[in-house]
Design a protein around this ligand. Sequence first.
Ligand code: UT7
Length: 332
Amino acid sequence: MSKITAAITAVGAYVPEDVLTNKMLEEMVDTNDEWITTRTGIKERRILKDPKKGTSYLAIQAAKELLQKSNLDPKEIDLIIMATATPDMPVASTGVHVATQIGATNAFSYDLQAACSSFLYGMSTAAAYIESGRYKKVVVIGADKMSSIIDYTDRTTCIIFGDGAGAVLMEPNNEGLGLQDEILRSDSIGRESLKIEAGGSITPPTEETVAKKLHFVRQDGKTVFKFAVSNMAGVSEQIMKRNNLSNEDVNWLVAHQANKRIIDATANRMGLNDESKVLMNIQRYGNTTSATLPLLLSDFEKNFKKGDNIIFASFGGGFTWGATYLKWAYNS
Ligand code: UT7
């Protein structure tokens, strides 16, 4: 009997309608379009403006598109892994609400938090369940309402992040397609470099934490940049070597969209001279944290052919990072 592998069999996505451009940010903080474009590659981001709507709203829209595109009856879903750094609430899982709202009444669901690597870690978990034979239909959703944790007076963070969501269906495959290999890592050396200081069990919310703006994301950009380049590029190169993949063999690089310069450095280290293989939508969405990878899959789905070799790469707060080698399973 051939080994069961876990393949992506459908993709859905959602971004909110409201656009926040670099020009608009020029009115809000001391920055300019030229600086943002050359330092990050970002031109605009999407923002979920309705204060009553949280990350679950974004996730539900992405999951609904997935259901509609794949003709999947939500009652057939076994598990929904909700990858997010911005849950609706600290307690009462966002994934549970998403599952109920889309009618996945036979599924169980939970949230998975590993900052910008949440989606890659979620794919790994989904694949393990499928390869073991325990579950057959697992949905992995990456969604973040980053605008809910951004200080729009801080020019070092507000220019980077945006809101969005993407979802994939993972199912067993007996043709050897789907997830082939992965290298996932983490190191708390980055704990102080990218964080929200308050609101957790060490510094619960108080009037003082609110006054000091400790509930927003703060990052030491330079340090994060340095670690992102060396670690994300490192595991991407390593996974190619381990699987005897040359730069010709790799069809697509699906890398976390945090900064165009980090993605370029990773592609360079992998020897990907052909720019068209290096997928990018950072210019339109900025860094959507857990959503960047599935948003790329959704935007470029039409380009993928059955059997294509895709390298996923991510780097995020914690630090968390990784690279995954996946063979695409269908022609769209
Ligand atoms: O997804 C999670 C992982 N996150 C990341 O991967 C982010 C990694 N870091 C980065 O992408 C970059 O470090 C940033 C985009 C955040 C910053 O770019 P940088 O090239 O590292 O700039 P910098 O922090 O070294 O700042 C350079 C200069 C500074 O001025 P001085 O000290 O040289 O006078 C900053 O004050 O640019 C200034 N600056 C800005 N100027 C205009 C910082 N932010 C801005 C801004 N507009 N928004």
